[in-house]
Design a protein around this ligand. Structure first.
Ligand SMILES: Nc1nc2c(c(=O)[nH]1)N[C@H]1C(S)=C(S)[C@@H](COP(=O)(O)O)O[C@H]1N2
Ligand SMILES: [Mo]
Length: 312
């Protein structure tokens, strides 16, 4: 679905948040909401370069997106401090331009790719996803980005590649958290290649149609909506195809608490707290957490035969 805007008004003068929320209300009023927004990934024809289309990540009844203010002021990004308000307060001097990503490991097209080379060949898609943090809070976020599969295919992963690892920038001069040993820096994450290639997995460039702010992981960050938020590594500078499972920062930090898979699962508690319910930012009553964060129909088959309590 194309986001139509009046031809004379530059995008920057439209308030994206109003545009998105009003469009949803309109769709719902027309009785189209669920159907129009529940289209599976790839259900719509690709459109020309630079345009935006909306697919995948159905928005359910009673789950309005969080506000731009909420999404950009309540964050986890330990490079800028451990408090929820620290990333916004401490990231204004971080400079994500210019940006490039080193691609290496088991692929035929390794190299250092400039941001524009990575992003420009693709159509940006709008995907509103339910997001669940391992600490027990959640949001609904209108991401904008590129299916990770489309980006990775261009590097031609070799058959021996079974995993893909990601690394956040190491820049202690602009990231005060990296001047302290709270975590092993740089932050690293990883996915099994089939998880990385799943149509829901997104390399994100924006929120509400605006370029990512520093606190949300500018200029490129991952989003895997059926996994706990810590898998969604921010400010990525390296992508590596590997045969073996790559190390992941929270697993290194506390292996008995954070595994490699980190699939949202209300039945598998964190050793120090239950994962059965969550607090949606902006709401008072807790919600029940959904298996695979509500994306079980799309992703459960990735884990057939796996013991999800062991592979947490
Ligand atoms: N590099 C890096 N990426 C990170 C983190 C971090 O501390 N450093 N925090 C993770 C956690 S725990 C969560 S919940 C999400 C939060 O993303 P958001 O602030 O955009 O909502 O980012 C993830 N990505
Ligand atoms: Mo998190």
């Amino acid at each position: 679905m194309l986001i139509k805007r009046p031809p004379d008004i530059p995008f920057s003068e439209v308030t994206p948040e109003e545009l998105y929320v009003n469009r949803r209300k309109f769709l719902r009023a027309a009785g189209l909401g669920a159907a129009a927004l529940a289209l599976g990934p790839g259900a719509l024809a690709a459109c020309a370069n630079g345009e935006v289309k909306e697919t995948g990540g159905e928005v359910l009844q009673g789950e309005e997106p969080n506000s731009y203010e909420e999404i950009t002021s309540y964050n986890n990004f330990y490079e800028f401090g451990t408090g929820k308000e620290d990333p916004k307060a401490n990231s204004s001097t971080f400079n994500p331009k210019p940006w490039s990503v080193r691609v290496d490991g088991l692929c035929n097209k390794p190299g250092t790719y400039a941001y524009d080379d990575l992003v420009k060949p693709h159509t940006l898609e709008d995907r509103t996803y339910r997001m669940r943090c391992v600490e027990g809070w959640s949001m609904v976020i209108p991401w904008q980005g590129i299916p990770l599969s489309a980006m990775l295919k261009r590097f031609e992963p070799r058959p021996a590649a079974k995993f893909v690892g990601f690394t956040t920038i190491l820049r202690p001069s602009e990231m005060p958290g990296q001047r302290r040993g709270v975590l092993d820096w740089p932050y690293v994450e990883g996915l099994r290649l089939d998880e990385a290639m799943h149509p829901l997995t997104l390399m994100v460039t924006g929120i509400y149609g605006k370029a990512l702010l520093n606190q949300n992981g500018a200029p490129l960050r991952l989003v895997i909506p059926w996994k706990y938020g810590f898998k969604g590594i921010k400010s990525i500078v390296r992508i590596e195809f590997t045969e073996r499972m790559p190390p992941t920062t929270w697993n290194i930090s506390a292996p008995s608490e954070y595994g490699f898979y980190a699939n949202v699962n209300p039945e598998v508690d964190h050793p120090r707290w239950s994962q059965a319910t969550e607090r949606r930012i902006g709401e008072f009553r807790r919600r029940r957490t959904l298996m695979f964060n509500g994306y079980a129909d799309q992703v459960a088959s990735l884990y057939t035969g796996m013991d999800l309590a062991r592979n947490y």
